[in-house]
Write a protein that binds this ligand. Structure first.
Ligand SMILES: Cc1ncc(COP(=O)(O)O)c(C=O)c1O
Length: 391
C-alpha cells in the first residue's frame, strides 16, 4: 500500500526520518558519553520502539503505564536480551503502584522530600534487591522562556522540582542522582545558562565527599536534532560535567526523537463561504487530533502551503467538530482547493497520538508506518468500539 491510499485521517510515521533523528542522537551520545532517553510522553507509538532502542540508552516515563510500556516493548530490533534503562518521574506516586514501578524501573525521581520519605520503605527495598537508583528533581529557579508559561517549570509558584531553599544541607540518605527539567523546544544556549545557574547554586551536592551523587539528569526540551542546534556545544558541556563531577549524565528529550518524523493526512469534506476566508471543513480536528495547536498555541506546518495571502488562494482550515474555535489556522495555496483533496500536516508524530481524544465522537486517526521503501502499513485502526470503551 502507498501513502496516497490510506484512509484519512491518519497519522503517518516516517521511519526514515525517525532513524535519521536517532542517528544524530546516537552520535551525540557516543561523542559526549551522555545517555539519551526517549521521553515517552511525546511519542509512544511502540511499534517503532525496536528502531529507537537500537540507538538510545532507554526511556523515561511519566508514570506506571508508560513505564510498563517501555518495560514490555522497548527492545532493539531482534535483540530482546538487551535491556535498555527504564526511568520514571511523577510529581506524586500512587501507593498502589509503587511496588510494580520499583520492580521495572532503573531510575525513580521524586519531586519532593515528602514523597521520597513517604515511599522510602518500598524504594529502599528495591535499591537493595535490584538496580534501582533514586533521585530528586530540583528546581534551579532559572527561567529561559517567556513565550509559554504553561511549559515553564521554573515559573513562579511552580510545583515541579525542589527549590534550593527547601533542600537540606546534605542530600538525604539513599539518593544517588539529581534531575532538572526546565526547557521546552530550546537550543543549547538556554541549557548552558541553566546548567551554569545550577552549578553555581547546587555545586555542593555534586562535590560532597561523604555522599557521592552518581548521576545528573538534564531533562528534556532540547531540540538536539534540529539543523541549527549547537551539538558541539552540548557534547562539550556533557564532557565537562562528567570530567568535573564524575557523574553519569542523562538527557531525556521527547520531541527531538520524532521531530518532523510524522504527518497527519486529512481530506477536505466541504468548503464553506464566510465573510472572511472560505473555510475548509477537514476530517481531522485540532481539538481532537492535534490538541497542542490550541493549547500551545501554534500553527502546524502544512505541505505545499503558504501564510495567509502569500499564495493566490487563502482558506481557514477547520474541523467537523461543533467547537467554533476548532480552527487549525489560515493557509494559502497555488490552486483552488476542492472537496476530496488531501492535505498533509507535517511534524505530527510528537505530542499528537499521545494526546488525542474522541470529543464529539470523532474517530481517532489510524496510525500508519511509512517504510523507507515507500510502502506503508497500518499499525492501528480505530473505530466506534474505541470511543465506546472509554465511556
Ligand atoms: C520531566 C520531563 N522530561 C522530559 C520531557 C520531554 O520534553 P520534550 O519533549 O520537550 O523534549 C518533559 C516534557 O514535558 C518532561 O516534563
Amino acid at each position: 500500500m502507498k501513502i496516497n491510499e490510506v484512509n484519512t485521517p491518519a497519522y503517518v510515521i516516517d521511519e526514515k526520518k525517525l532513524r535519521e533523528n536517532c542517528e544524530i542522537l546516537k552520535r551525540v551520545q557516543d561523542s559526549s558519553g551522555a545517555k539519551i532517553l526517549l521521553a515517552q510522553k511525546a511519542f509512544s507509538a511502540y511499534s517503532t520502539y525496536p528502531i529507537i532502542a537500537k540507538y538510545l540508552a532507554g526511556t523515561t516515563s511519566s508514570g506506571l503505564f508508560e513505564a510498563k510500556l517501555a518495560h514490555e516493548e522497548f527492545y532493539p530490533e531482534n535483540d530482546k536480551n538487551i535491556k535498555p534503562e527504564v526511568h520514571v518521574f511523577e510529581p506524586a506516586y500512587n501507593d498502589d503502584e509503587m511496588e510494580e514501578l520499583c520492580n521495572i524501573c532503573d531510575h525513580m525521581v521524586f519531586n519532593s522530600l515528602n514523597q521520597l520519605e513517604h515511599h522510602r520503605n518500598k524504594w529502599e527495598k528495591a535499591v537493595h534487591d535490584s538496580t534501582l537508583s533514586v533521585g530528586l528533581r530540583i528546581n534551579p529557579e532559572f527561567s529561559t522562556q517567556s513565550d509559554h508559561e504553561i511549559y515553564d517549570p521554573c515559573a513562579p509558584g511552580s510545583r515541579l522540582g525542589i527549590r534550593l531553599c527547601d533542600l537540606p544541607d546534605e542530600i538525604p540518605e539513599g539518593v544517588e542522582g539529581l534531575h532538572f527539567h526546565t526547557l521546552c523546544e530550546q537550543g543549547f544556549e538556554p541549557l548552558k545558562a541553566t546548567f551554569n545557574a545550577f552549578e553555581k547554586h547546587f555545586r555542593k551536592y555534586l562535590t560532597d565527599k561523604n555522599h557521592k551523587i552518581k548521576w545528573l539528569n538534564l531533562g528534556g526540551g532540547h531540540h538536539i536534532t534540529k539543523d541549527d542546534y549547537d551539538r558541539e556545544g552540548l557534547i562539550e558541556l556533557v564532557r565537562y560535567i562528567k570530567e568535573t563531577y564524575d557523574v553519569e549524565v542523562y538527557l531525556e528529550p521527547g520531541e527531538a526523537i520524532a521531530i518532523d518524523a510524522g504527518y497527519l493526512i486529512t481530506t477536505v469534506m466541504d468548503v464553506v463561504k464566510t465573510e472572511k476566508y472560505p473555510v475548509l471543513i477537514l476530517d481531522t480536528s485540532a481539538a481532537c487530533h492535534m490538541p497542542d495547536v490550541l493549547e500551545m498555541p501554534y500553527r502546524p506546518p502544512l505541505k505545499d502551503s503558504g501564510e495567509a495571502g502569500e499564495k493566490e488562494y487563502t482558506y481557514r482550515l477547520s474541523s467537523r467538530t461543533c467547537l467554533a474555535g476548532d480552527i487549525i489556522g489560515d493557509y494559502s495555496f497555488d490552486k483552488e482547493i476542492q472537496i476530496g483533496d488531501r492535505l498533509i500536516f507535517e511534524d505530527m508524530a510528537i505530542y499528537s497520538m499521545v494526546k488525542n481524544n474522541t470529543f464529539n465522537g470523532m474517530a481517532l486517526p489510524d496510525i500508519v508506518l511509512l517504510h523507507e521503501n515507500g510502502e506503508v502499513n497500518i499499525i492501528k485502526h480505530f473505530g466506534y468500539e474505541d470511543f465506546k470503551m472509554r465511556l
